[in-house]
Ligand binder design. Structure first.
Ligand code: F6P
Length: 326
């Protein structure tokens, strides 16, 4: 008999479409391996408050297609304290939980890494965030869905932008990273894309637009990543409006609609693979690691590396976006 008999699963940080598919995969893989499964509600706060509920195969029926997370999520300050982590440990011991799958982003993995330095209950991570900003995986759960949501929204804005000959600054999420902005910008034929990974873009915006704008365009779409150095789409629009006196300028912040909706097929499949791999990792006595997808293969990366190393956007795509926006 292996050491792991009962596992917990939680979702933490910002929710992402596909988290439910991952909860389902964790639960059913665990049951397949004769493990008990406990759902931990509200992320790390649920560990601290012992907010536990058993999960069975039927508990995760009819959720693969739903956005959000049936376990709820939270950003938990208390888990950052030694006292909070001690309560979490005591509650896990009391409930006889031998390992935990954490579905979340880098903040969640930092908490898991510290916990695993202090305590012997193994944590394994599944990357779930729309931002796609985690080192050690090509895709995070939720990114593909959010990207498609943004593309649909920008396509709609393009219709009204060209009807009025307007310039739109559209702000998208991504925290400190430009993945959503860069990919949605290419997918929608944006005239300019501003991302945190490249400095000084707002200063060069006039040039960027004019160089790709020698022919008279009826609309201009500028995608701005929320983490850009100027402080978002409103700040940039304000800054550059002197340079674009002839344009009627509008700003749209897409906001939290990017986090909702039914997960795409890719997110459902990735979540299923990663959730399954996380349980296998616990059964293989892994701890303090994240499961990722690299070149379509499952890989394991220590939390320490996943949170410390920076995943960069592909700069070749920046150049392609520039060339294609003429
Ligand atoms: O990390 C996911 C994310 O949606 C980021 O893109 C964004 O910056 C942040 O969460 C928003 O957080 P909140 O929902 O707490 O406002």
């Amino acid at each position: 008999m292996g050491k792991i008999k009962k596992i917990g699963v939680l979702t933490s940080g910002g929710d992402a479409p596909g988290m439910n598919a991952a909860i389902r995969a964790v639960t059913r893989t665990a049951i397949y391996n004769n493990l008990e499964v406990i759902g931990i509600r509200h992320g790390y706060q649920g560990l601290i408050n012992a907010n536990f509920k058993p999960l069975h195969a039927h508990s995760v029926s009819d959720i693969i297609q739903r956005g959000g997370t049936i376990l709820k999520t939270a950003r938990c300050e208390a888990f950052k304290t030694p006292e909070g982590r001690l309560s979490a440990y005591n509650n896990l011991k009391e409930a006889q939980i031998d390992g935990v799958v954490v579905i979340g982003g880098d903040g969640s993995f930092t908490g898991a890494r510290i916990f695993n330095e202090e305590y012997d209950i193994p944590f394994v991570g599944v990357p779930g965030t729309i931002d796609n900003d985690i080192y050690g995986t090509d895709y995070t759960i939720g990114y593909d869905t959010a990207l498609n949501t943004v593309v649909q929204a920008v396509d709609k804005i393009r219709d009204t932008a060209s009807a009025h000959n307007r310039m739109f600054f559209i702000e998208v999420m991504g925290a400190e990273a430009g993945f959503i902005a860069l990919y949605s910008g290419i997918a929608t034929g944006a005239e300019a894309i501003i991302i945190p990974e490249i400095k000084g873009q707002a200063r060069n915006l006039k040039e960027m637009i004019e160089s790709g704008n020698t022919r008279k365009k009826s609309s201009n779409i500028i995608i701005v990543a929320e983490g850009d150095e100027e402080g978002g789409a409103f700040a940039i629009a304000e800054k550059v409006k002197e340079d674009f006196k002839d344009y009627d300028i509008r700003v749209t912040v897409l906001g939290h609609l990017q986090r909702g909706g039914s997960p795409s097929a890719i997110d459902r499949v990735n979540a299923s693979r990663l959730g399954h791999a996380a349980v296998e990792a616990l059964l293989d006595d892994q701890k303090s690691v994240m499961v990722g997808l690299i070149h379509d293969e499952i890989s394991l990366v220590p939390f320490a590396k996943a949170v410390k190393l920076h995943k960069n956007v592909n700069m070749a795509l920046v150049e392609i976006a520039r060339i294609l926006s003429v």
